[in-house]
Design a protein around this ligand. Structure first.
Ligand SMILES: [Zn+2]
Length: 115
């Protein structure tokens, strides 16, 4: 592997606080949760789309996780005002790294707090 290529393999980082995030894993206690997900230390919820085809559903799951599973709350949120969206492309779920050739995506939602 060339140095150039190796340098482009990066840890997966939260788009909001830039901290390295834990690997997504099966989310417990949710009929809704079809995808692996986890939380960043800053409170952002994220879910993993391994196929690059599930975008909307994965984003919805991240929102639901950010709202502690409360769908009514999800539907009451206004974009930008109540939450921020972010994503990490080229994510490889097997290595938990961002790699040029990977095609998974992590979708992040962070609630804005305190108005
Ligand atoms: Zn974060």
């Amino acid at each position: 592997m060339s140095k150039l290529f190796r340098d482009r393999i990066l840890p997966a980082r939260c788009p909001f606080c830039r901290a390295e995030v834990p690997p997504p894993k099966e989310v417990e206690n949710g009929l809704w949760y079809d995808f692996a997900g986890a939380f960043c230390a800053c409170g952002a919820a994220f879910a993993h789309d391994p196929t690059a085809r599930n975008g909307g559903a994965v984003l919805l799951q991240a929102m639901l996780m950010a709202c502690e599973g409360d769908m009514e709350q999800v539907l009451s949120l206004a974009p930008e005002e109540d939450y921020e969206e972010g994503w990490v492309e080229h994510y490889n779920g097997l290595t938990h790294r961002v790699e040029p050739n990977a095609f998974g995506t992590l979708y992040f939602i962070r609630r804005r707090r305190g108005g």
